[in-house]
Write a protein that binds this ligand. Structure first.
Ligand code: ZN
Length: 142
């Protein structure tokens, strides 16, 4: 079973992030890198916010990152979430990609054990609408 219930449908790709989700469907987490100044950015945008270039390179991210921040949700804001509270929302940092950050969930760690700086590894799950979404597990030592 996925971390969030199937009633939480999943992402709806738009013009800006369509390629991000396209790569996710191939089990590839990729971030945009500017083809001119080489800086990474996320979420995806059509124009580099640093140098205004339209050149985009999609670079494969490492399978590991670190928890930059997190919150534990106790109140089910939607009836579908009632069965899964408390659940976490984590912000995962990727130092190798200019510290771009991805909002996701940590699927195998009890809320009281989540720590800022905790190393995590990529774990793909299928959302309610059938799209693969990047989620994370605790990185095992070694
Ligand atoms: Zn740039």
């Amino acid at each position: 079973m996925a971390y969030l219930p199937n009633e939480v449908s999943g992402p709806v790709p738009n013009d800006a992030d369509r390629m991000f989700w396209h790569y996710c469907q191939q089990h590839e987490l990729r971030f945009q890198q500017c083809g001119s100044c080489r800086r990474f950015r996320h979420p995806p945008t059509p124009v580099c916010p640093y140098c205004r270039s339209f050149e985009i390179v999609w670079v494969r991210a490492p399978d590991t990152g670190a928890v930059f921040s997190f919150t534990i949700v106790h109140h089910p804001a939607h009836p579908a979430m009632k069965a899964v509270v408390p659940y976490n929302i984590v912000v995962v940092d990727f130092p190798a990609c200019d510290h771009v950050r991805l909002v996701s969930n940590l699927i195998d760690v009890p809320p009281q054990e989540i720590r800022i700086g905790m190393e995590v590894m990529l774990a793909w799950e299928t959302a309610g609408n059938g799209l693969l979404v990047p989620r994370f597990k605790r990185k095992q030592p070694g």
